[in-house]
Write a protein that binds this ligand. Sequence first.
Ligand code: BGC
Length: 761
Amino acid sequence: MRKLFSGLISLLILFSACQPAAKQNQSAAGADVENRVEELLAKMTLDEKIGQLNQYTSRWEMTGPAPANADSMFIYNMIKEGKLGSMLNVTGVAATRKVQQLAVDSSRLGIPLILGYDVVHGYRTMFPIPLGEAASWDPEVAKLSAKVAADESAAAGLHWTFAPMVDVSRDARWGRVMEGAGEDPYLGAQFAFARVKGFQGDDLAAENTIAACVKHFAAYGVAEAGRDYNTVDLSEQRLQNEILPPFKAAVEAGTATFMNSFNTLNGIPATGSVHLQRDILKGEWGFDGFVVSDWGSIGEMINHGAAASNREAAKLAMIAGSDMDMEANAYINELKGLIESGEVHESLVDDAVRRVLRIKFRLGLFDDPWKYCNPEREKNVILSEENLHAAREVAKKSIVLLKNDNNLLPLAKSGKKIAVIGELAASKDVPLGNWRAQAIPNSAVSLLEGITAVVGEQNVIFAKGPDYVISQRNFFTKLKFNETDVSGLDAAVKAARSAGVVVIALGEDCFQSGEGRSQSDISLKGLQQKLLDEVYKVNKNVVVVLMNGRALEINKMAETVPSILETWHLGSQAGNAIADVLFGNYNPSGKLPVSFPRSVGQLPMSYAHFSTGRPSGSDDVTLWSRYVDVANSPLFPFGYGLSYTTFEYSGLTISDSVLTKGGEIGATVTLKNSGERFGEEVVQLYIRDLVGSIARPVKELKGFQKIGLNAGESKEITFKITEKELEFFTEAAGWHTEPGQFKLWVGTSSAKGLEGSFELK
Ligand code: BGC
């Protein structure tokens, strides 16, 4: 039965795969590319076609489980035989030139390789981790960082980045939260679009742009219990409304490629999902680039229990529209047999090869395979002054001020001595973050250096405190934290006692978040809380600088210390950017892209939750949808962030109480900078659909604008509302709107805003 079913699917898919190329190809240049693809395809043997769908990592850098054959000669021979279409983890002009030369000069058809790498937040000049950049609520900031990353990568011979990661995640236990734009599909879509544009520019063939790869398709970020690679069971409605919008935005931005994901979705591995890859991505959305599997994810279908062998996995993945096999050796070993036996139709392989070749042509690789290998550019572009400047600008805009009692911040540049405390404060490595591509270890400006550069050594007393991480720190090892050895604590307390103000860096090592870094406990590890407690006992003027890749549980800290600055892992210029904010050269303007829970037990958590049938109630009554030991609300809500100035919202007006189908209304507020210095505020629009054919979230972000105002200045801010903002997906009706009453809020966070209402007729 299963065989018959997959045969039928194969035929149906074959039909759709043979349809004329999708919308993107209709221009003259597009037609030229299509002709060249067809011409080349006609010359290829079946082995050569399958070779184009095979991707291996280099043997000198790996980002997944080591391949069985660790020999570089093996790779070189595969290239020469036309059995490899792509490599990952080959970097630098010399190395990329070497493998490309083999492909171009020694394989029968000379088809260039496409060389990919995880350039997630910078190639060598490191920008903030993507979650941090999302805290800027300024997509232009992410576009700039992607542009610089593309420029550096392209100069180092790369053609393709495995970024942006656009997985919406509402679970801080999941370590990969750091790689995305946080919990919200709307914010995520804006950042997905901007990042793709930043990497790819307007011309994929330009020497300083690279192909983007939007990942992980799909629903990888909602793994059960926040455990990486875990099962996902999600209604189609939640998939469409909460998870897919950023992916769709990336297609609209023209992303060249997609990566699928490790998880199952409703029982089907995403890698083998016809629904995701054929129906939605290549069908409905008209995506004409290619899909690469995640590392070994075709083979992992066996572990999922969805395929009995690599052969069956290869068959299911090919039928489902996974075009390129990253490191599973499934296509290279099995596809030929599957075609010869008639289990997979060759036109499916042709369709996949067309897609791969199309992107290679669009990158200009056939016209000049060496365009991306330029030693001069490699020397001049990478880590240039200009790029470091951009990294500092982006970093300071990514910082969120969470607490600032009695305006302890900004600090005076002279006068009081500053105690700088904590292992993270002196670290030149942690700020570089995980997924750090070719960052030079220990090359970031540390917080200590940043502060010292402003106030001079004579005004700084540094104390490291107890050790934090006591194991090796790298992409593969599991970290161990010091839980017992208090050496260094006394010196830290002494430093705190003798200073006017304490700046203490706490949070996470950069290898604490990222792939495979799920945690069941998201409070401070090691002796960090103890260090903070002891320091706070002797000096109340404490500024906590948080460095972390996910939301943390920091209730105790939030109840005690006056000031908390969320700085994520900010990249090469971290220390300078944090100092810019600490001393008021830059007024913090970031807002949280994720809710900070009060307790890990609240996770997953989002402001855009549903009402339930028992939404609220008195604290004394038990039978409401709530916890008996903690409030439902977050500690710090999505969209929250303070400034050194204050903003007042007033006079919300809605241009019409009725929005007619196809029409437009405006929601306007007056924003006033009521403080004493220039500042930027992110004005946020949230909407609630009060009654729907399916239950709707209690509010959803539908617009935001970042506005700069001088002290005392006011401005009217208007959001346009059309049916687009009100659309949602149901299984019964697809994407649509439903007439009825809506509430809206315009304000400073998901928890605070002026309220209005209107009707859709
Ligand atoms: C990750 C991907 C990454 C790939 C290649 C996988 O383990 O899930 O995000 O792009 O490795 O490094």
